[in-house]
Design a protein around this ligand. Structure first.
Ligand code: PLP
Length: 395
C-alpha cells in the first residue's frame, strides 16, 4: 500500500500534510521517494539545525547506540549530566530538567512556577500571565498558556487562572499582573503567531513588573533557542535582563526528541523527588546527541553563520519587497524570518513546494523561513530566485 494511503488509513488525522513522502536528507536538502531534491527552508519546523545526516550527529548516534540507549532516571548515566553542565556553563542558569518535547518543557516550567507560587504566596498565587498570539504547545496546560482560541475551543474547560496580555504592550501587562500571578510566560520572538520579535524595552519593563509582584519570568525558547536567532539563547539579546526559566526543545538534539527546562539558582531546589518525572527524559542517546550538537555549534562557527546568512536573507527579501507590493513586511532575527504577504500563506507555501522548496506558514498571511543553521548564500539565492518568479507571475 502506498505511504499516503496507509498514513490516512492508520494514523489519526491530526495533521494537514503536503503530498510529499521524504526518504532521505543531506545538508540543506531533502529527497522524496522518487529521488526528487528539495531545498529545506523549514528544518522540520526549526529542528534539523545542523542540516540532515550531519556526520557528527550520525557518529554520536552510532557510538551511543552501540553502548546503551536507556536505563531510566532511577540510576545515574554519563551523557545527561555532561549536557546539563554544558548548558549551565553556556547560560545564566543553574540546573536542567530533561524531557522529550517543547510542550513538556513548558509543562515542567509551569509546574515549577505553581509550586514556587504556593511556597511564596500561598494558595492564591497560582495565576499565569501569557500573551495573545503566543504558542506554547498542545497539552492541556500548554494550550491554555497559548493565547490563540483556535487551539483551545474544542477542549474547554481549560486550566484556571491564565490570562493573556498584548505582546509588546506593557500597559496591557500592568492591567493584568498582580501578586496572585506566579509566572509570566513569553516567547522572545513569537514564531507560530506570525514572527513578531519582542522589543528590548518591553522585556526590561516586563522583568521589572515580575520582580515587583514576585512572579517568575519564563522564556519559551523552544523555537528561538539553540542558535536560531544568532545567539545560543535568544535571551542573550536582552541582557542584562534575564528570565528565571528558559525552555528548549526542537533543535537541541537535532531531530531526536528532547525538551529542556533550565532554571536559575533561586529555583534550583523547588522541585523535589516525586514532584515531576519523565521516563525517557535525558536518556543516554538523546543526551549524547545534544552534546554533539552543542560541540558542532562551537566548532563549526554556526552562530557566525546564522548572523551572516540571516542578514543576507533579510537583505534579499527586502529587495523583493521593494519590487512587489504583495509583500507587506519582512520580520525576524537570525534564521527565523517571516515574510508577510497580502494573500493566504498556504498559497505561497504550495507555490514554493512546486519549485521544490520547503517552508512553513505562521498564522494566516506569514510564511516562515527556518533553514538549517548551516545554510549559505548559494541556497538563499535559490529561494530568492524562486520567490522572484512566483511574485512576478502574480502581478
Ligand atoms: C514556541 C513554542 N513553544 C512550544 C512548542 C511546542 O513544542 P512541541 O511540539 O515539541 O511540544 C512549539 C512548537 O512549535 C513552539 O514553537
Amino acid at each position: 500500500m502506498k505511504t499516503i494511503e496507509t498514513t490516512n488509513q492508520f494514523i489519526l488525522n491530526t495533521y494537514k500534510r503536503y503530498p510529499v513522502v521524504f526518504e532521505k536528507g543531506t545538508g540543506c536538502y531533502l529527497f522524496d521517494e522518487n529521488g526528487k531534491k528539495y531545498l529545506d527552508m523549514s528544518s522540520g519546523i526549526a529542528v534539523s539545525l545542523l542540516g540532515h545526516s550531519h556526520p557528527e550527529v550520525v557518529k554520536a548516534i552510532k557510538k551511543q547506540s552501540n553502548k546503551l540507549l536507556h536505563t531510566s532516571n532511577l540510576y545515574y548515566s554519563t551523557p545527561a549530566p555532561k549536557l546539563a553542565k554544558k548548558l549551565v556553563e553556556k547560560s545564566v542558569f543553574s540546573k536542567a530538567f530533561f524531557c522529550n518535547s517543547g510542550a513538556e518543557a513548558n509543562e515542567a516550567a509551569l509546574k515549577i512556577a505553581k509550586k514556587y507560587g504556593k511556597i511564596h504566596g500561598g494558595e492564591k498565587k497560582f495565576k499565569i500571565l501569557s500573551f495573545k498570539n503566543s504558542f506554547h504547545g498542545r497539552t492541556i496546560a500548554t494550550i491554555t498558556a497559548t493565547g490563540q482560541t483556535k487551539y483551545q475551543e474544542s477542549f474547554t474547560p481549560l486550566l484556571p487562572g491564565v490570562e493573556y496580555a498584548e505582546y509588546n504592550n506593557i500597559e496591557s501587562v500592568k492591567k493584568l499582573i498582580s501578586d496572585d500571578v506566579c509566572a509570566v510566560i513569553i516567547e522572545p520572538l513569537q514564531g507560530e503567531g506570525g514572527v513578531h520579535p519582542a522589543q528590548g524595552d518591553f522585556i526590561k519593563q516586563l522583568r521589572e513588573l515580575c520582580d515587583k509582584h514576585n512572579a517568575l519570568l519564563i522564556f519559551d525558547e523552544i523555537q528561538t533557542g539553540v542558535g536560531r536567532t544568532g545567539t545560543l539563547f535568544a535571551y542573550e539579546q536582552f541582557l542584562p535582563t534575564k528570565p528565571d526559566i528558559v525552555t528548549l526543545a526542537k533543535g537541541i538534539a537535532a531531530g531526536l526528541p528532547m525538551g529542556v527546562t533550565l532554571v536559575n539558582e533561586k529555583l534550583s531546589e523547588v522541585l523535589q523527588p516525586g514532584d515531576h518525572a519523565s521516563t525517557f527524559g535525558g536518556n543516554l542517546l538523546t543526551s549524547s546527541v545534544a552534546l554533539a550538537v552543542l560541540n558542532c555549534i562551537d566548532n563549526d562557527k554556526i552562530l557566525e553563520n546564522v548572523q551572516k546568512s540571516g542578514s543576507y536573507l533579510i537583505k534579499k527579501l527586502n529587495e523583493l519587497k521593494l519590487k512587489y507590493s504583495s509583500i507587506k513586511d519582512i520580520r525576524g532575527q537570525g534564521l527565523l524570518i517571516g515574510i508577510e504577504i497580502d494573500f493566504p500563506a498556504p498559497e505561497l507555501v504550495n507555490a514554493l513546494i512546486d519549485k521544490k522548496i520547503i517552508t512553513v506558514p505562521a498564522g494566516t498571511s506569514v510564511v516562515r523561513f527556518l533553514p538549517p543553521l548551516i545554510i549559505k548564500k548559494k541556497e538563499i539565492d535559490i529561494l530568492i530566485d524562486a520567490l522572484d518568479e512566483i511574485f512576478k507571475k502574480r502581478i
